[in-house]
Design a protein around this ligand. Structure first.
Ligand SMILES: *Cc1c(COP(=O)(O)O)cnc(C)c1O
Length: 398
């Protein structure tokens, strides 16, 4: 059996007729940049996300960059980000000559640790970027509370979490000042190239984002601010408009797959069940042979009354002999990926920030032990069982 990490072809097949028609329609219109296709998509997102402004941009990275520009991040300003995320989260801060101030993560959810955010606030701190990593909301109550009492802006990196919910009906990305999404093909809602979205409920920010998207021009060729080319093209917008109505169904399928994995791991005696992660607090190491399932975070009746609707952009397990397991999975035609092997504080490009090995033990532990398994919506139950059985086989050989 072959189980790829991600297979986008079934999704294309299911919507092929509409998608192909849209491509031809745009070819015939010869209107490629912004325009009615983008406006239609933006309107759909305002309704879906229940937000006032949704603005299509050129990528998830550009969504983060334009968001920081909109809140006027200046050289020397400090922006707090988790040390464990996709590079763009910290990269955009440095691109504005601001300083990414790093924090550790919560060892269970992989998301930014609010207590560490609090510790890192200085007079120069302007904003915090919680990342809803792997499709699960960060601890937004705590983040918003800290931001409010310290007058910080909150830019949500929801690139991996479109449709995820934290609490009540609010979708992640609409809780902070600006939410950022990516339509990179491997995200839960992917286009046919690069694309992204920024959302806000703030009138001033909404207007600013729109102007910044077109080089800061308002009206055309008149520039009071310096923006960039952050435009989204019509083809990407049309693809997203066609796919958006299916997103909820795909998220449900991903969740069902995660549940199948969870059950299969328990059955294979590879997991002790959620919430029993045993860490040595000072020097976190995993018990050899143990696998830890991604946590859903507190459930109703537990710590908070939190829905925490995880949409599983990735299904991550943690294994002490991670690299050996990955090798074994590859030999058995099972796709996997390491997100992210090196936390920000150990990246060469950030060496001048003055961090060192050991500064963020949970981020380092996640980087050393995490491995993503196939979780895409069309994955079959037999495939999931095959993956789990192979992992069992790997551990039996240890
Ligand atoms: C994918 C991703 C981005 C960047 O999105 P692109 O569309 O690839 O530029 C930013 N942050 C996170 C957490 C991501 O996963």
């Amino acid at each position: 059996m072959r189980v790829p990490l991600l297979d986008l072809k079934p999704q294309y097949k299911a919507l092929k007729k509409e998608l192909d028609e849209a491509l031809i329609r745009i070819a015939e219109s010869q209107q490629f940049i912004l325009g009615p296709e983008v406006e239609k998509m933006e309107q759909a997102f305002c309704e879906y996300l229940k937000c006032k402004y949704a603005i299509g941009v050129s990528s998830g990275t550009d969504a983060l960059l334009i968001a920081l520009m909109a809140i006027d991040i200046k050289p020397g300003d400090e922006v707090i980000v988790p040390s464990y995320s996709f590079f763009a989260t910290a990269g955009v801060v440095s691109r504005l000559n601001a300083v990414p101030v790093l924090t550790d993560i919560d060892p269970v959810t992989f998301n930014i640790d609010p207590a560490d955010v609090k510790r890192k606030i200085t007079k120069k701190t302007k904003a915090v970027i919680p990342v809803h990593l792997y499709g699960q909301s960060a601890a937004m109550d705590e983040i918003m509370e800290i931001a409010k009492s310290n007058k910080l802006k909150v830019i949500e990196d929801a690139a991996q979490a479109i449709g995820a919910q934290f609490k009540d009906e609010r979708k992640v990305g609409t809780i902070g000042d600006i939410g950022c999404y990516s339509f990179f093909p491997s995200k839960n809602l992917g286009c046919f190239g690069d694309g992204g979205l920024v959302v806000t409920n703030d009138d001033e920010l909404g207007k600013r984002l729109k102007i910044l998207r077109v080089h800061g021009a308002e009206p055309k060729y008149h520039h009071k601010v310096i923006g960039g080319n952050f435009r989204l093209d019509a083809i990407q917008a049309a693809v997203i408009s066609i796919k958006l109505p299916s997103l909820a169904k795909w998220s449900e399928k991903r969740r069902r797959n995660a549940e199948s994995y969870n059950k299969a791991f328990v059955k294979a005696r590879l997991s002790e069940g959620p919430g029993r992660i045993t860490f040595n607090q000072r020097n976190p190491v995993l018990i050899p042979k143990a696998i830890y399932k991604p946590e859903k975070g507190p459930q109703p009746g537990e710590i908070a009354t939190m829905v925490n609707y995880h949409i599983y952009n990735q299904y991550i397990i943690r294994v002490a002999k991670r690299d050996e397991l990955r090798q074994f999975l590859t030999e058995n035609n099972i796709g996997s990926e390491i997100y992210y092997p090196l936390p920000f504080h150990l990246q060469g490009c950030f060496s001048d920030l003055g961090y060192k090995l050991g500064d963020f033990p949970y981020a380092e532990e996640a980087a050393n032990t995490s491995i993503a398994l196939p979780i895409y919506p069309e994955l079959g139950k037999e495939q999931i069982e095959y993956v789990v059985n192979k992992i069992r086989e790997f551990f039996d050989k240890q």
